[in-house]
Design a binder for this molecule. Structure first.
Ligand SMILES: [Zn+2]
Ligand SMILES: [Zn+2]
Length: 71
């Protein structure tokens, strides 16, 4: 799925986490509350329409949030 391009090299080989498979650029996830990048995966949620969302938990403030996956 055509999701986005790498801000560094313009490659479209960017996975759902924002990691560029071409140049290695990583668009780090940040906590929506405190801005920390100290995150841990907290399982996935599959919705009734088949959408899979990765859940993350912030180790600094404890906030849980979901990131939408593609495919
Ligand atoms: Zn790149
Ligand atoms: Zn946080």
């Amino acid at each position: 799925m055509d999701r986005e391009t790498c801000p560094r090299c313009g490659s479209k080989y960017v996975n759902y986490l924002g990691y560029c498979l071409n140049c290695g650029y990583e668009d780090r996830l940040v906590c929506p509350r405190c801005g920390s990048t100290n995150l841990t995966k907290d399982g996935v949620v599959r919705l009734s329409d088949g959408t899979v969302k990765q859940r993350y938990r912030c180790k600094d403030c404890g906030r849980k949030f979901r990131v939408e996956e593609t495919g």
